[in-house]
Design a protein around this ligand. Structure first.
Ligand SMILES: Cc1cc2nc3c(=O)[nH]c(=O)nc-3n(C[C@H](O)[C@H](O)[C@H](O)COP(=O)(O)O)c2cc1C
Length: 296
């Protein structure tokens, strides 16, 4: 079996996930997704927040560098490994799925999407489902690798990492990002994908992946994500009224969004989680989970 793995990664985290998944696979060809617009790592605070409106509104500012498809024309399986930005697919992933050649390549093919993110992946997965349905690809598997430390801790460690480039632990904080052991153990997903595809049982792939722990479903975090996603939509439109991507005229609104986001992350979201548990019987957690972890 031949697998094409497309990936985008700034720090190397998503790339490492892709490498571990590929270990048990027979023949693998890696294709890096290279956006024409470059995103810095570590990020400056202003550029980080200025990237928000277009990410949330699905307006990537550039396309991607051309991909050579000649050695993967005969691939049996496609895996796309990327990440969430601002509760949406990252801009490079958005550019990837908008690219005409990518779309024609993916049409009719089975696709597994792997999200290597902090812990808010739900709205990204909905968007990926939309892209793949629109392209006419077959979404057969969804894997989420996330930071398993408590939400508030991972907010602190990810800011330290993304803005100051510090991933290592401190006396009080764990290292940022997905735990090394979780990345290491991602090989089990590669084994399941390879075996299930070789047997011709792709209809069963997502159930098998879920059984192996492909998605750790945390309903309170996803509740906060859903509310945040709606608010983000309003903020993104509010900022865009002042100008487009990197327009300095919108800097004041970007700074206001920065304050809003910090307040939400550190002050509001703990109450959101508490509210979620206080009103637990009113949520349809079981039913939502069934829908959210499905690939169709
Ligand atoms: C601009 C930006 C926004 C992000 N927003 C989210 C998010 O909404 N949800 C989430 O789980 N992770 C978020 N992350 C973390 C990424 O999903 C990812 O884990 C991290 O950037 C490392 O990815 P890499 O492999 O590209 O280095 C964000 C990262 C960046 C750079």
């Amino acid at each position: 079996m031949k697998t094409a793995i497309f990936y985008y990664s700034q720090s190397g985290q998503a790339h490492n996930v892709a490498l571990r998944i590929s270990v048990p696979m027979d023949t693998v060809v890696f294709k890096e997704i290279v956006p024409k617009e470059k995103y810095p790592f570590p990020w400056s605070s202003d550029i980080f927040y200025d990237t928000f409106p277009e990410t949330r509104l699905g307006m990537p500012p550039s396309g991607i560098e051309p991909i050579d498809f000649s050695d993967i024309a005969d691939a049996d399986m496609v895996i796309v490994v990327g990440q969430s930005w601002f509760l949406s697919p990252s801009l490079p992933l958005q550019s990837f799925f908008a690219d005409a050649q990518v779309r024609s390549y993916l049409n009719g093919r089975p696709v597994v999407f792997v999200n290597a993110c902090r812990n808010m992946w739900l709205m990204t997965s909905r968007k990926i489902k939309e892209y793949l349905a629109d392209i006419g690809a077959r979404f057969v598997g969804h894997i989420v690798l996330q930071d398993e430390t408590p939400n508030l801790i991972s907010v602190i460690t990810i800011i330290r990492w993304l803005v100051y480039g510090k991933k290592e632990p401190t006396r009080l904080l764990p290292p940022a990002g997905i735990a090394d052991k979780d990345i290491y153990n991602a090989t089990r997903f590669g084994e399941i994908i390879e075996r299930t595809a070789t047997e011709g049982n792709l209809n069963e792939l997502q159930d098998r992946l879920l059984e192996a722990g492909a998605i750790h479903y945390k309903p309170s975090v996803l509740y906060v994500e859903k509310v945040g996603h709606r608010m983000f939509g309003l903020w993104a439109k509010f900022i865009r009224k002042k100008g487009g991507f990197r327009d300095p005229r919108r800097l004041r609104r970007i700074k206001l969004f920065n304050i809003y986001l910090m307040t939400v992350l550190f002050v509001v979201s703990p109450f959101g989680v508490l509210f979620f548990y206080l009103t637990y019987p009113l949520h349809h957690v079981g039913r939502d989970k069934q829908i959210d972890v499905k690939v169709s």
